[in-house]
Ligand binder design. Structure first.
Ligand SMILES: NC(=O)c1ccc[n+]([C@@H]2O[C@H](COP(=O)([O-])OP(=O)(O)OC[C@H]3O[C@@H](n4cnc5c(N)ncnc54)[C@H](O)[C@@H]3O)[C@@H](O)[C@H]2O)c1
Ligand SMILES: O=C(O)C1=N[C@H](C(=O)O)CCC1
Length: 250
């Protein structure tokens, strides 16, 4: 059995993870902690993998502390910048146990991971690309971690293909053109009734490709979380890995 502790266990995602870990035949819940609880209670004696779903401004601190405590971490919280990722790599280099792992996924839903993959494949073939993410209004960060990840992947694929800037004659913009991430405009919608959705629009003269992923329920993230827990527990992915695509045969 893989012993799993959950940090952020009372949250929307954390509570689903607790249920998923309790329901799976090969995982068992170790500790379920939330704000105010002592992270030091989590040790290699009681936990094989920690799943961390908290808030962007505390996640880095939690991950650094957990790595120091000798445990592997699967992270779903958003807000990861290159600088924060570098701090995680440094912490892993100093980790107390060999082959410790931190795995971070911008999105655990198979639909979103595939949408991201298809967007990367499509990117070199289109003059224009924009990303629209749509979420529940209780989400604290914008744009979504997934949209940032998708936009960066599109930017990288365009650069590798030698594409230049996208056509855009905008001369006045009060914010309507969205945030530019790696040259790609990203738009965020917050709407009661929605959960987590992303649309990637590609355009050429006379044609359009739309790639869309919809997570209607948080249960959609659980197979990806359990897959990550199993992969990390296997010990086959030491160090830092970002993105569930690394665990899929794409
Ligand atoms: N990767 C994915 O597939 C995926 C999917 C959904 C949400 N998310 C991300 O996961 C994060 C959490 O989302 P949510 O909707 O569950 O949020 P939420 O606000 O419902 O839950 C966050 C939980 O973290 C707890 N928390 C806050 N500070 C803490 C601390 N210092 N230590 C321990 N617990 C602490 C809060 O009390 C709360 O219970 C967000 O960043 C969100 O964008 C990622
Ligand atoms: O509900 C959220 O919050 C989500 N956050 C992640 C993101 O920002 O990309 C994944 C989708 C759901």
């Amino acid at each position: 059995m893989v012993r799993v502790s959950v940090v952020g266990a009372k949250g929307r995602m954390g509570s689903h993870v607790v249920d998923a870990v309790n329901a799976a035949p090969d995982t068992q819940l170790a500790l379920a902690l939330d704000a105010g609880d002592d992270l030091a209670a989590i040790t290699p004696d009681n936990t094989d993998v920690v799943v961390e779903f908290t808030v962007p401004n505390v996640s880095l601190g939690n991950v650094l502390a957990l790595v120091k405590q000798g445990v592997n971490v699967v992270v779903g919280t958003t807000g990861w910048t290159d600088d924060k990722l570098a701090q995680v790599k440094d912490a892993l280099a100093e980790a107390p146990r060999d082959n410790q792992t931190v795995f971070i996924a911008p999105n655990f839903a198979i639909s979103a991971v595939l949408a991201d993959h298809f967007a990367k494949v499509a990117a070199p073939y289109f003059e224009s690309a924009e990303v629209i993410e749509l979420h529940h209004p209780t989400k604290v960060d914008a744009p979504s971690g997934t949209a940032i990840h998708t936009a960066k992947a599109i930017g990288e694929a365009r650069r590798a293909a030698g594409l230049g800037d996208m056509p855009d004659a905008t001369q006045t913009d009060g914010g309507s053109r969205g945030q530019v991430v790696d040259g790609v405009h990203v738009h965020a919608v917050r709407l009661r009734g929605l959960n987590a959705h992303e649309e990637v629009l590609f355009g050429n003269a006379g044609e359009q490709l739309v790639i869309r992923a919809d997570s209607f329920d948080r249960i959609s993230f659980m197979p990806g979380v359990l897959l990550a827990v199993r992969k990390v527990a296997s010990g086959a992915y030491p160090g830092l890995t970002v993105g569930l695509d690394h665990f899929l045969d794409l």
